[in-house]
Design a protein around this ligand. Structure first.
Ligand SMILES: *[C@@H]1O[C@H](CO)[C@@H](O)[C@H](O)[C@H]1NC(C)=O
Ligand SMILES: *[C@@H]1O[C@H](CO)[C@@H](O)[C@H](O)[C@H]1NC(C)=O
Ligand SMILES: *[C@@H]1O[C@H](CO)[C@@H](O)[C@H](O)[C@H]1NC(C)=O
Length: 437
């Protein structure tokens, strides 16, 4: 009799599979409300194994992926969406990651959702920040090429290509499209899930600065001045991003199918919330590049998504090729070398937002990341057939390898050559050498 009851009880418990994360549960005590994510099991591998995808490529593949993602998630999310709307909660479902973002849920709502049958988790949304540490000076126009662009030897590639044909996507605080450096190579695509503006806009300045470094055409700030840029605003005017905005941008970027996507933002390490977005981009041929974070110089300080697999994460160097003290070091929580690669990120001059001819200096792995994105735009313009693996391998094998400090060697390295290591990754990029020039 006792045994039978025990069996019934355990069956009930497994049928009611919703898990509530302890931090969400404590947040909604005392009548408080919190935004929350209802996370269902990933459908990524299942969708990608569909034979309908096997013969497709390019936009046809992206369109079919989108259709299949929407079909699979609308089935698995339907009972949850109807319960959520029955509770009067406003929500946004995501097909790229099979989860649902909800606004202002209370304890009662959390508990009634957790009682629904199925395997799922209710948790707090991830919050991220732009990966920038400071704004220093404002500069007037200058002549010549900025030090970071010169250091990675981009000007030596310009006789061959300045990036025409490549499209860089930015997920950041937006874009000041009127700036003299970027107004003529806007690719005409913009999405703003935060403020709903229908034309590019940036009240923070971080996004505009990173776009200037990728593709700016004036003041010597841009690595690939003939590439086009498109942008999604996933960080607000204070430089913070919610999981929901970033996933909205992730879905949008997939459907634009740019050459490469710049993500100069991140949060605490060991978080997997963006992994399905990154996998979808990779399946579509989009190269994901992320800041490794500014929590250095201790070991094991890489932020997410930068510390996750399937992407190129970027550390920051200064004009003497020393590792920036702030640049987050690896390894990742699973022991992988992080970052993959490094690039100039200290005292980088790029486009400002105070006037169409303004320039400012900023530091951070946020500033290193767009140097790598610009370099990839050049590499793909010269070799359109290169895959993610081709690009990462060329950057890695040809990177310059400065001496590594003993502290940084202590974070872990290839014992036979010191490279790759958990400060520079494979080294500081050199796009001229990566193109065999
Ligand atoms: C809940 O709300 C009260 C009053 O607004 C606030 O003082 C308290 O810190 C909140 N508790 C939590 C756990 O957020
Ligand atoms: C790098 O290390 C080598 C070997 O210890 C040394 O000879 C060289 O001077 C160092 N280079 C720099 C730039 O410090
Ligand atoms: C480690 O260094 C050795 C010697 O330079 C090299 O042959 C090997 O490929 C490196 N391993 C990795 C994982 O890069």
């Amino acid at each position: 009799m006792w045994k039978l009851n025990f069996l019934l009880l355990s069956q009930l418990l497994t049928a009611h599979g919703g898990t509530i994360s302890p931090s969400l549960l404590s947040k909604v005590q005392n009548g408080n409300k919190s935004d929350a994510i209802l996370e269902l099991p990933s459908i990524f591998e299942n969708v990608m194994s569909n034979p309908a995808l096997s013969l497709l490529s390019g936009m046809a593949k992206v369109n079919m992926m989108t259709t299949l993602f929407k079909e699979a998630t609308s089935v698995s999310q339907a009972p949850f969406l109807s319960a959520i709307s029955g509770l009067g909660i406003s929500s946004t479902p995501f097909w790229i990651s099979n989860d649902i973002a909800m606004k202002d849920v209370d304890l009662n709502a959390v508990q009634s959702l957790a009682a629904l049958p199925g395997v799922f988790t209710l948790r707090e949304p991830v919050k991220v920040r732009m990966s920038k540490i400071n704004d220093v000076n404002r500069f007037a126009r200058q002549s010549g090429t900025q030090w970071g662009v010169t250091k990675i030897q981009a000007p030596s590639v310009w006789s061959r290509s300045k990036g025409a044909g490549s499209v860089v996507a930015s997920i950041d605080t937006g874009a000041y499209k009127e700036h003299e450096s970027i107004r003529d190579n806007y690719g005409g695509k913009w999405y703003d899930p935060i403020y709903g503006k229908t034309a590019p806009d940036d009240r923070q300045g971080h996004g505009t600065h990173t776009i200037g470094t990728m593709v700016g055409r004036s003041n010597g700030i841009g690595v690939a001045p003939d590439a086009k840029w498109i942008a999604c605003r996933g960080l607000d005017n204070s430089g913070s991003g919610s999981e929901s905005w970033l996933k909205s941008c992730g879905q949008w970027v997939l459907q634009q199918r740019p050459t490469v996507c710049c993500n100069s933002w991140g949060g605490g390490g060991g978080q997997t919330f963006y992994n399905d977005v990154v996998k979808s981009w990779r399946a579509a041929g989009i190269i994901p590049v992320f800041a490794n974070g500014n929590a250095g110089s201790d070991c094991r300080t890489a932020g997410s998504p930068g510390d996750q697999p399937n992407l190129i994460s970027v550390g920051s160097t200064d004009s003497d090729d020393q590792m920036s003290y702030f640049s987050s070091r690896g390894p990742s929580p699973t022991g992988a070398i992080k970052p993959e690669i490094s690039a100039p990120g200290g005292n980088i001059v790029s486009a400002g937002i105070s006037s169409p001819t303004s320039y400012t200096s900023k530091s951070g792995t946020s500033m290193a990341t767009p140097h790598v994105v610009g370099a990839i735009a050049l590499m793909k313009a010269v070799n359109p057939g290169w895959t993610y693996d081709n690009v990462l391998s060329a950057l890695s094998k040809t990177a310059d390898r400065p001496n590594v400090s003993s502290n940084d060697l202590g974070c872990g390295r290839n014992t036979s050559s010191n490279y790759p290591n958990n400060a520079y990754g494979f080294g500081r990029i050199n796009v001229k050498k990566a193109l065999g020039m």
